[in-house]
Design a protein around this ligand. Structure first.
Ligand SMILES: Nc1ncnc2c1ncn2[C@@H]1O[C@H](COP(=O)(O)OP(=O)(O)O)[C@@H](O)[C@H]1O
Ligand SMILES: [Mg+2]
Length: 238
């Protein structure tokens, strides 16, 4: 579905994304695990088209979209749930979910249930500061489900949320994969990638390991979380 080849982005002489290769398949969840500052959000922006790489290519269903604009990519079915979702004062959840296309009431209700928000309580609530961070993230995930994207990039959907929201978020992500989306699940928390089919570990914009979730969680814990060489992906000690 989505292929990233030899992607490179340098800012002020420093590589943010470095020779990065990645493939996210239809109906599969690909975990991208990396410590803060590893380049995860930079990669999300390159895939969505909010910034452009210096080298390399981004391929969607065999088509080179590297130079496409964000709106062209959105029309082709790529969507990004930002690390810090915006609030929309004055907009109800019902309106927010249907914003990008016509959505039936029963569908809107279904997506809210998927992320554990009872529609009777939430449909008419405002997407503003009255929602907790976890509720806001769940509304965002419901809206991504409603878009039925080909590719869903989820930038830290699990960060800054309460323990009650976490299983609902994970449920929404699993549902996205089941419904055929190619999901890139970005996180710095190794526990959250357990729902992935495959996990890649990123350091200083470079993929330094990839494999099955359990193995990668273990590896990340032992090699990245306490690493004295953060930002040195070629360090030979690991
Ligand atoms: N616009 C920018 N200008 C300069 N440096 C940036 C910019 N955006 C990100 N960076 C730097 O790039 C690195 C990767 O950042 P980011 O992609 O946000 O990491 P992550 O999402 O993995 O925490 C960090 O060192 C960050 O400070
Ligand atoms: Mg980030």
């Amino acid at each position: 579905m989505l292929e990233i080849k030899h992607l490179k982005l340098t800012l002020n002489g420093k590589p943010l994304i470095n020779e990065l290769n990645l493939e996210v398949k239809e109906g599969k969840i690909h975990g991208l695990l990396g410590v803060n500052g590893a380049g995860k959000t930079s990669l999300a922006n390159l895939i969505m088209g909010t910034s452009y790489p210096d080298e390399g290519s981004i391929i969607l269903e065999g088509r080179d979209i590297t130079r496409f604009t964000i709106s062209q990519r959105a029309k082709m079915g790529i969507t990004l749930a930002w690390q810090e979702p915006a609030r929309f004062e004055g907009l109800s959840i019902r309106e927010y979910l249907g914003l990008n296309r016509n959505l039936s009431l029963s569908e809107a209700e279904k997506y809210l249930w998927t992320v554990g928000l009872p529609p009777g309580e939430y449909l008419n609530r405002a997407v503003d500061g009255s929602l907790s961070g976890g509720e806001r993230k769940r509304v965002e995930l419901a809206s991504v489900l409603a878009m039925k994207p080909k590719v869903a990039i989820l930038d830290e959907p699990d960060s800054g949320i309460d323990v009650v929201s976490l299983p609902h978020i994970m449920n929404g992500i699993v549902e996205m994969g089941k419904r055929g989306s190619a999901v890139l699940l970005i996180t710095h928390n190794e526990g959250a990638v357990s729902v992935s089919e495959e996990v890649s570990i990123i350091c200083a914009g470079k993929i330094i390991n990839s494999g099955p979730p359990q193995e990668m969680c273990h590896w990340f814990k032992n090699n990245c979380q306490t690493c004295p060489h953060i930002g040195e992906p070629d360090y030979k000690g690991v």
